[in-house]
Design a protein around this ligand. Structure first.
Ligand SMILES: Cc1cc2nc3c(=O)[nH]c(=O)nc-3n(C[C@H](O)[C@H](O)[C@H](O)COP(=O)(O)O)c2cc1C
Length: 342
């Protein structure tokens, strides 16, 4: 096993976007970026704002383009388009989204109940995709007991890798992660497996690696909260001392992200920028000063109010805690399943 796992930034609709990616590039970037999903159906065109994250990020790191859909012909059409129009490193297919509107259309997590369709998507994509072809799955729809049959299926597919979010679709985002199932995938599959789910700190990254032996670790919410996390994990696995950021460094990051967001979006009102920032600060402020900052930021309506609260709580030399909360959990309430569409 390579001593250093590959570190991937998880796809996250509306938050894992160009402004965040630019902030991460300046603080110890992931080894691989994955876009939020492009919606694929009969009339779909790749969303321009997601395309821009692939074409405009200044990085030497690969960017994978993720798609969600259930029609192999249109998934193939979109894959060709993405590979011809962008420098993406390959295609990833979403088999995990739990949003009712997506699952209701038999896409995302609902595909886990249709093995034949998963096979068709993989087999029709393989001859077309020039870069890497990967899937991102959960361990079942209703129950982890479904994973055994899914592993038989995945083992027979022409994939270059699989990301396993160690929860079922029903378990959504907060339950304990079934690391033993990720470990089974690592043992059984002939291609590299990436472990995903609630890695929020160096110690949870070490634990995930030890329990699963996965070739890679994918981090989502924990990297929004702590943009230094990829660098810290890299340093720890390489035997180097870990940098310990202060709240002052976090303050600088929040201000920089606010600037990047304001510049990127087509905002008519300042309150729209503030609302956009709340999607990030719910993760970033998690656990700081017993939740007082989170509450203040949720109530903010102006950029001045938002910045004043950040200054009051973050402009100091306190050490930024390793874990979001004492029990290691991370905020999940903002995973807006109603806004996810296909
Ligand atoms: C706000 C939000 C949006 C997400 N959007 C996507 C998405 O577009 N595609 C996808 O495969 N997973 C998506 N996910 C799931 C994450 O990629 C990841 O699997 C999940 O958050 C668990 O990892 P974490 O605990 O490190 O955050 C999303 C998660 C969150 C929190």
């Amino acid at each position: 096993m390579n001593p250093l796992p590959q570190l991937l930034l998880a796809p996250m609709q509306d938050v894992s976007v160009l402004p965040l990616w630019r902030c991460l590039e300046r603080r110890g970037a992931p080894d691989v970026y994955v876009t939020e999903y492009f919606r694929v159906h009969r009339d779909s065109h790749p969303e321009k704002y997601i395309l821009r994250s692939i074409t405009e990020l200044k990085t030497d790191k690969p960017v994978m383009a993720q798609m969600i859909g259930n029609d192999p012909a249109h998934i193939v059409r979109t894959a060709k388009l993405l590979e011809s129009r962008t420098p993406c490193a390959g295609i990833d297919i979403n088999l995990g989204c739990p949003a009712p509107t997506v699952c209701g259309k038999q896409a995302g997590g609902a595909l886990l109940r249709n093995h034949e369709l998963i096979r068709r998507i993989a087999e029709e994509l393989r001859p077309v995709v020039r870069g890497r072809l990967t899937f991102k799955t959960r361990i079942g729809f209703e129950s982890p007991a479904e994973f055994e049959a899914l592993l038989d299926l995945f083992a027979s597919l022409p994939l270059d890798g699989l990301v396993v979010h160690g929860r079922t679709v029903r378990e959504r985002y907060q339950s304990d992660v079934h690391t033993e199932d990720i470990a089974r995938a690592v043992e059984r599959l002939p291609f590299p497996v990436v472990a995903n789910g609630s890695i929020v700190s160096v110690s949870s990254a070490i634990a995930m690696r030890q329990k699963t032996g996965a070739a890679g670790l994918m981090i989502g919410r924990g990297a929004i909260r702590n943009p230094w996390l990829f660098g810290q994990i890299r340093d720890d696995f390489s035997g180097r001392e870990i940098a310990r950021p202060l709240l002052r460094d976090l303050h600088e990051y929040v201000l920089e992200l606010t600037e990047e967001i304001s510049r990127e979006g087509d905002f008519e009102k300042e309150s729209q920028v503030v609302n956009r920032m709340k999607k990030f600060t719910n993760y970033i402020a998690s656990g700081i000063h017993e939740g007082i900052l989170t509450n203040e930021l949720r109530r903010a309506t102006t950029l001045n109010g938002f910045r004043d609260s950040c200054r009051e709580h973050l402009d100091n030399d306190e050490i930024f805690a390793d874990e979001p909360k004492e029990d290691g959990t991370i905020f999940c309430g903002l995973v807006d399943l109603k806004s996810a569409t296909l």
